[in-house]
Design a protein around this ligand. Structure first.
Ligand code: AMP
Ligand code: ZN
Length: 468
């Protein structure tokens, strides 16, 4: 599998640090408002990356933070006359609702910056002890020039940066040793949330948050660190400087960045007044359409949001869902029995679509081509099934379609109703597994039923079930 590494500016073969495992960190949103559709792009893209690794059999430890202490959150809290905590908690909840609507799997861990301050203070202290940071009047700065590889991710040259940063010298930050130095800890201002530290009552800089949370939940070295392309500099460059100086090890092996989402061919920004929240979109479209739209382009290509493209995505997704519905309808009425010889031959032809799909995904997650392979499969299904098809053959096609669309996070099997007879059968199987002390299987069955909205209760009279 190949993926483009911003660090080397090349597509590289993916080799995990530990066999069969992927450790992945994706920078999450700052929670001071509803997320906008630009924020949704990295969420959808990297959730799809995760799902493909899982499809390949990797065990993925996926960590994505919420930045819940920030100037923008404080500003919003003052405007509303509430605490920062209230603002961040509110928008984390709203963000989670949007994520669910876009079928984004919850991360293995969603750390909150405010709950990890102790670790950040420790990391800053390590950087001071190692000579990579210094304190001035309660503020701690990173000594950028001391980290010799600074600029390796963004491919920037320190001297070019210096001339670009000259303006900083006259903005009152002249207590810094060098204009390139950045903040690790800053003292509180009146009315701001704060934590105690050896240097001042204050709060951490944004960059140190991710260095610490990544280390705490994934270890000092990780496979993939990801986010939008605006994060390459300075955020990710600074994370590398902090983590590698503190831990003495290469931080992340692969750095992945999605390109920006524009709107009507213009940069989406608050000042232009053209930004759209995911919530607004959900009033007009099923969020599956938004997901499908995002995946119709390669993640490293800029993508333009427009009403026309959303309509096209709605139609495209409908074609896939219709094919799944068509199969379900045929399956319900199909005669039992095994595949005929002819069907066997036809089923074998679907390998080509799976191969095309995998080839696309293995080429730096080319979801646009993967979607094209799904459309080929849909076309094949529509022209090679009818009321004479066997249940086994239809089931096989359905299974392939669901498997491939599931990696893209598209739900094509929307109203799957579990039949009472099937529930009873699974409960019996679970009882048998328990008698054989196969508790793993028993638990798996309970989880499978739970996923379908069926809750089991073990009573003295036997197992009872109800719909959640
Ligand atoms: P923020 O809350 O601004 O830190 O952004 C959270 C994530 O959304 C980061 O990975 C950003 O790079 C990403 N992001 C923000 N705006 C856009 C956009 N217009 N297109 C794509 N990604 C974006
Ligand atoms: Zn980050």
């Amino acid at each position: 599998m190949k993926l483009y590494n911003t660090l080397s500016k090349k597509k590289e073969e993916f080799v995990p640090l530990e066999e069969g495992k992927v450790r992945m960190y994706v920078c999450g949103p700052t929670v001071y408002n509803f997320i906008h559709i630009g924020n949704a792009r990295p969420m959808i893209v990297f959730d799809t990356v995760r799902r493909y690794f899982e499809y390949k059999g990797y065990d993925v430890n996926f960590v994505s933070n919420f930045t819940d202490v920030d100037d923008k959150i404080i500003k919003r809290a003052i405007e509303e006359g509430v605490s920062s905590d209230e603002i961040s908690k509110r928008y984390i909840e709203e963000c989670k609702k949007d994520m669910q609507g876009m079928n984004i799997k919850p991360a293995t861990k969603h750390p909150l910056a405010t709950e990890e301050i102790c670790g950040m203070v420790d990391m800053i202290q390590t950087l001071i002890d190692k000579g990579y940071a210094y304190e001035k009047n309660g503020t701690v700065y990173y000594r950028t020039r001391k980290f010799e590889q600074y600029g390796k991710l963004s491919h920037k040259n320190l001297d070019d940066l210096r001339s670009g940063e000259r303006s900083l010298l006259v903005t009152g930050e002249d207590e810094k040793e060098d204009p390139l130095d950045f903040v690790l800890w800053k003292p509180k201002k009146e009315g701001e949330p704060f934590w105690e530290s050896p240097w001042s009552d204050g709060r951490p800089g944004w960059h140190i948050e991710c260095s610490e949370m990544s280390k705490k939940y994934l270890g000092e070295q990780i496979d993939i660190h990801a986010g939008g392309e605006d994060l390459v500099f300075p955020h990710h460059e600074n994370e590398i400087a902090q983590s590698e100086a503190a831990n003495g090890k290469e931080f992340a092996k692969y750095w992945m960045h999605n390109a920006f989402l524009n709107i009507d061919n213009r940069k989406m920004s608050k000042s232009l007044g053209n930004f759209r929240t995911v919530r607004e979109i959900s009033e007009q479209y099923d969020l599956q359409v938004l997901r499908f739209f995002m995946l119709s382009a390669h993640y490293r290509s800029p993508l333009n949001f427009s009403a026309d493209l959303m309509e096209a995505s709605r139609n495209g997704l409908e074609r896939i869902v219709n094919a799944a519905d068509h199969l379900k309808f045929l399956m319900k009425n199909a005669k039992g029995g095994a595949m005929s010889e002819v069907e066997n031959g036809l089923a074998a032809q679907t390998d080509v679509f799976v191969k095309d799909y995998e080839r696309a995904m293995e080429d730096d997650f080319n979801t646009a081509d993967a979607v094209a392979a799904v459309f080929d499969l849909v076309k094949f299904i529509n022209s090679n099934t009818d009321s004479e098809s066997s249940g086994e053959y239809l089931g096989k096609l359905f299974h392939i379609l669901v498997k491939l669309t599931d990696v893209l996070g598209l739900i094509v099997d929307q109203e799957e109703e579990i039949l009472e007879a099937d529930i009873e059968k699974l409960i019996e199987e679970r009882q048998a597994a328990r008698r054989e002390k196969n508790f793993a299987r028993a638990d798996a069955i309970r989880d499978e039923l739970q996923a379908k909205g069926i809750i089991l209760k073990d009573t003295r009279e036997g197992v009872q079930w109800k719909k959640a």
